[in-house]
Design a protein around this ligand. Structure first.
Ligand code: BG6
Ligand code: MG
Length: 211
């Protein structure tokens, strides 16, 4: 492989926690009477919690104070955490698990680059708490994707330059962040056809074709 490290987004790449984000935002939006569907949810992929809320509130007739917005974000996160707490290693697919193991055996360094502050909790739930060589997440960044900060941090933690790493992303904002940081990107899921990506994956196991 032309890369020495791979930086994975978490939600929607390693596991299907993107669905839990959708369900918990949908519950909040319904309670507030704000239109919100799966298409609009795609705009939230890779975007931080508060910025996601702001996108949802764009469709509201009302304006909400900063305190109300913080309370809404906490309400959403409580619902999200409830769903996450029910996860177990069974929620890590065989495809993802086998791909990670094969890449590791091939000598690649593996990292997470996620906007989520729930990253450590999710990794613990799915049995990957100690797996990755580096974890950069929403707890250690100040700029949201499409800013490249989270991927630059992950590469630095791996001791690699951006050109030596491949980023795997399901969010258009994440593909943009990777490119902004000087990384090649493999796009999957919702972002799969993003023309800025160097690779377009049907599944994570397609990465093994590059070995
Ligand atoms: C990203 C998700 O991984 O994390 C976004 O794609 C989410 O949808 C963001 O808003 C922040 O997540 P959290 O868990 O910190 O609210
Ligand atoms: Mg994602």
């Amino acid at each position: 492989m032309k890369y020495q490290g791979i930086i994975f987004d978490l939600d929607g790449v390693i596991c299907s926690t993107d669905e839990y984000h959708y369900r918990s935002w949908k519950a909040l939006a319904d309670r507030l009477g704000i239109p919100f569907d799966r298409e609009r949810n795609n705009l939230l992929r890779g975007v931080s919690r508060m910025d996601s809320l702001k996108i949802i509130l764009e469709k509201s007739d009302k304006t909400y104070s900063e305190e109300e917005q913080i309370a809404f974000a906490e309400e959403k996160n409580a619902l999200h955490r409830q769903l996450l707490s029910q996860m177990s290693p069974a929620d890590l697919s065989d495809e993802v698990k086998n791909t990670l193991d094969t890449l590791r055996r091939a000598g690649l360094k593996l990292a997470i680059g996620s906007a989520s502050k729930n990253t450590p909790f999710i990794l613990e739930r799915i049995g990957l708490g100690d797996f990755f060589d580096a974890v950069a997440d929403g707890n250690c960044i100040t700029h949201s994707k499409p800013h490249p900060e989270v991927f630059l941090k992950a590469a630095e933690m791996l001791g690699l330059k951006p050109a030596q790493c491949l980023v795997v992303e399901d969010a258009h904002a994440g593909v943009e962040a990777a490119v902004n940081g000087g990384f090649d990107c493999a796009a999957i899921g919702d972002a799969r056809d993003d023309p800025r990506a160097a690779w377009h994956l049907k599944g994570v196991s397609d990465l093994l074709q590059q070995l």
